[in-house]
Design a protein around this ligand. Structure first.
Ligand SMILES: [Zn+2]
Length: 505
């Protein structure tokens, strides 16, 4: 996503030990002495309670009904998973009201704990390495639920939208909410006739009966939980096909007012832009494509898989293809290859920002080199911009502008160091190497060294990991800002910066 300027930043560093200690005191049946509760978090130091331990989900089947007038959501989630330890109990991340949980067909007991944990205790403990089917029946009003004092469910005049990073799933389906556990999805949503339900992937079918219409969406490639989205509202839907043969489905709220034209003039370029990006990053990795613009009062956009979410405000000053480039670049850098931990956010944002720079060059509005020079020159050494380390920014700075601009600057430094041929081979090779999986900043450095045949530890340290502005010798060495006079602002600068304008409302 484009960063959150002046955003409310979600803070939730909770000592994971507190839960672990409580868990150990629970009585465990003698016959199941080796069986223990799954951890309440998957082990990400930025967000200790995100995701869960002890199992891996392969598929989510979400069969839902949503009433736009009241924001009431109800339904059944069926999760197919595999245990990774002997489990006496396991957690899901979820906020809505649960009425029943079944594990392998049998009723399980459940309770809630922490900010967003649903603790499930199956009747019989689960042995490591076995398949498990979990059915959760639930209902609730997503906009009424908060964790850590915020909600990621955006109520609109005509419905609601679940889209946020790093967390959105808690408000609409129970999950193992971390990018390390990707899965396929079938999302089926019943909404009143005249409303539409938009989600990821391919629209398999719709069917109407007694005033309600069911929308059946399928994502058959692995997808991180935060990249799953649901929007219900009154949309105009457009369809098409890219030159590469990928079907495109876009959706625009009928209620975008003066932003309607600019939104549509931007997002309708999705197919063209995805084809252009595939020239840099390799074949488009999914079988569906599109974008949607609901009438939220949010300010950000998000790379929800195959179908990015855009806020109307992104188009308040006219069309903005740069934000479309950013979110579609994430389909390779973020979605196809996802972060291993949230500290690896540069793998997403540095590259999506760099794609905007390549688009600027394509549009004759300033080259990537000019944009890099401008970033370097426009932040003096005492600017706090340089205190953020894009390679490991900390959760409080995960979406700081430095992750984007300093992050893209680091890529230009890398390009100048290893040359265009190796650099663009890396850009195209990386999504294939870790396709449908996860990778870290360290993995990227290793891969760039492998492809270029050059040691790059010093370069990565200077441009991504030092909490200070790279000095003149380092800049000279990486061919950044070599001209004697201060660089002029590239023409695309303001349009790219408009991508940053988020939250605030
Ligand atoms: Zn982004």
């Amino acid at each position: 996503m484009p960063l959150r300027l002046g955003a409310f930043v979600h803070r939730r560093l909770i000592a994971p030990g507190a839960f672990a200690a409580a868990s150990l005191m629970l009585a465990i049946p003698a016959s199941a002495a080796s069986f223990s509760p799954g951890a309440p978090g998957i082990g990400d130091p930025y967000y200790p309670d995100y995701g869960n331990g002890g199992y891996d989900v392969s598929h989510y089947d979400l069969r839902l009904k949503y009433q736009p007038a009241t924001d009431e959501l109800e339904g059944t989630a069926t999760l197919l998973a595999r245990t990774t330890q002997d489990l006496s109990r396991f957690d899901l991340d979820f906020l809505l009201d649960v009425s029943e949980v079944r594990v392998n067909g049998t009723k399980a007991s459940f309770t809630t704990s922490g900010e967003h944990e649903l603790e499930v205790t199956p009747k019989s403990p689960l042995a490591k390495g076995t398949s498990v089917t979990v059915v959760v029946r639930y209902s609730g009003v997503p906009s009424s639920k908060q964790a850590y004092g915020f909600t990621s469910w955006h109520r609109t005049a005509d419905g609601g939208v679940g889209a946020n990073e790093p967390e959105a799933a808690w408000w609409w389906f129970p999950s193992n909410d971390h990018p390390l556990d990707k899965a396929t999805y079938d999302v089926s949503v019943l909404v009143p006739d005249g409303s539409q339900a938009i989600s990821n992937g391919t629209l398999q079918s719709t069917s109407s009966r007694l005033g309600w219409t069911r929308w059946n969406w399928r994502s058959d490639k692995p997808q991180a939980t935060y990249l799953a989205t649901l929007a219900v509202g009154r949309f105009d839907i457009t369809t098409g096909t890219t030159d590469g043969g990928i079907p495109v489905v876009n959706a625009y709220s009928k209620d975008l007012g003066a932003n309607y034209g600019a939104a549509r003039a931007s997002v309708e370029r999705t197919g063209e832009i995805a084809d252009w990006l595939s020239g840099w990053f390799g074949p488009y990795p999914f079988d569906a494509l599109g974008g949607y613009v609901p009438n939220t009062n949010t300010g950000y956009a998000l790379e929800t898989q195959t179908r990015p979410f855009y806020s109307p405000r992104q188009f308040a000053n006219g069309s903005n293809t740069s934000v479309v480039v950013h979110e579609l670049a994430h389909q390779w850098y973020g979605d196809l290859v996802s972060v291993h931990g949230w500290k690896d956010i540069w793998i997403n944002e540095g590259f999506a920002r760099y794609a905007q720079w390549l688009w600027s060059e394509h549009e004759d509005e300033g080259t990537a080199q000019e944009l890099a020079d401008y970033v370097y020159a426009s932040h003096p050494a005492d600017d706090t911009f340089w205190t953020v380390r894009p390679g490991d920014p900390g959760p409080e700075n995960q979406f700081d502008i430095a992750v984007y601009d300093r992050g893209a600057l680091a890529l230009q430094a890398l390009r100048n160091e290893i040359g265009d041929e190796a650099f663009f081979a890396v850009l195209k090779g990386w999504p294939q190497k870790y396709a449908y999986g996860n990778a870290s900043v360290a993995d990227f450095q290793r891969y760039a060294e492998e492809v270029s045949g050059q040691p790059l530890a010093a370069l990565f340290d200077t441009w991504l990991f030092q909490p200070s502005k790279p000095g003149a010798p380092a800049a000279r060495g990486a061919a950044i800002a070599r001209a004697a006079e201060a660089p002029v602002q590239p023409k695309s600068w303001k349009k790219i910066a408009a991508t940053n304008d988020v939250h605030g409302g």
